[in-house]
Design a protein around this ligand. Structure first.
Ligand SMILES: [Zn+2]
Length: 107
């Protein structure tokens, strides 16, 4: 299993989302199939062999203000709720459903 970090600075705060490599959104760091991944607006980092490695790397990114874990990790990692839940929930509460979808990676 591999882990990836999707950094995105489009449509909202600069954010980082953790994914498993076999997630449909991650597609082993290539993004959604069909070419919707635009390197002008986001960047995949990885692969990392463990989620902890990905988290350590993410801390080296500058300007990230929102951190999330994709559902693909939440379903398999019982520690998912330990990653900045208060701030993420507060942020999510400020978004309309449409904008939340537009931000991507939040399925
Ligand atoms: Zn995912």
């Amino acid at each position: 299993m591999s882990f990836h970090v999707y950094e995105n600075w489009q449509a909202g705060p600069h954010k980082a989302v953790f994914h498993r490599g076999d997630c449909g959104f991650c597609n082993n760091g290539e993004g959604l199939s069909g070419g919707r991944y635009d390197p002008d607006y986001g960047k995949w980092h990885g692969p990392f062999s463990t989620l902890d490695d990905a988290k350590v790397f993410e801390r080296s990114l500058s300007g990230v203000v929102v951190r999330r874990q994709c559902r693909c990790i939440g379903l398999h990692d019982q520690d998912a709720t330990k990653v900045g839940p208060e701030r993420d929930l507060a942020f999510a509460g400020q978004l309309s459903p449409g904008l939340t979808r537009a931000l991507g990676g939040l399925r």
